[in-house]
Design a protein around this ligand. Structure first.
Ligand SMILES: [Zn+2]
Length: 192
């Protein structure tokens, strides 16, 4: 099957991107396809052009990935972001998510995977938690899911928020080819 070619930075095909700033990011990655930039370079570029904060830039990169493949490739000591083509997977926003059946299976032990409290005995409410968060590249597969009580879940969310600036690097590390290695690789340095 013929691959759909990458549009030029001034192409009307880029109307799929939500803002002018996303198109500027696209143009930068397009020009640097053969010498892909690091996240630091991308942040510096958009900070200079638009006065953007790093977290804003990271979000733009994620938005761009709804439409285009921008894998983080390790070159020497750095991860570099290479624009390679149109995304072959569906937009992140239209992800199917966790099915009812999988949800029921994850919650079946009726016990928080972190603190061990149980709904009937301790009155906690269990939720389905992504071990590696979706924003960090975590899948909706059962091996990436666990039951957590609401307390443990919000504690974990707060913990991840403090690491948000590393989200891109960790998502890159989680592109490991084998699912168990992928989860292990992404969480190895984290305390659970
Ligand atoms: Zn808990």
């Amino acid at each position: 099957m013929e691959q759909r070619p990458l549009p030029l930075p001034d192409s009307p095909e880029l109307d799929v991107l939500p803002t002018e700033s996303h198109r500027l990011l696209y143009a930068y990655l397009f020009e640097r396809r053969d010498d892909p930039p690091t996240m630091r370079e991308i942040r510096a570029y958009l900070a200079e052009r638009l006065g953007e904060a790093p977290a804003q830039t990271d979000r733009r990169v994620r938005d761009l990935r709804d439409h285009f493949d921008v894998p983080a490739v390790r070159l020497g000591a750095d991860y570099r972001y290479r624009l390679t083509g149109w995304s072959k997977v569906k937009k992140a926003g239209s992800r199917k998510g966790v099915s009812k059946r999988v949800r029921a299976e994850v919650l079946a032990p009726q016990r928080c995977a972190q603190c061990g409290r149980q709904p009937l005995e301790h009155g906690v409410v269990l939720v389905v938690d992504h071990k590696v968060p979706r924003e960090w590249g975590g899948a909706d597969d059962i091996e990436n899911l666990q039951p957590l009580c609401e307390d443990c879940n919000s504690g974990k969310k707060a913990f991840y928020a403090t690491y948000d600036e590393y989200a891109e690097e960790i998502a890159a590390a989680s592109l490991h080819p084998e699912p168990h290695g992928r989860i292990g690789g992404a969480t190895k340095s984290l305390p659970w």
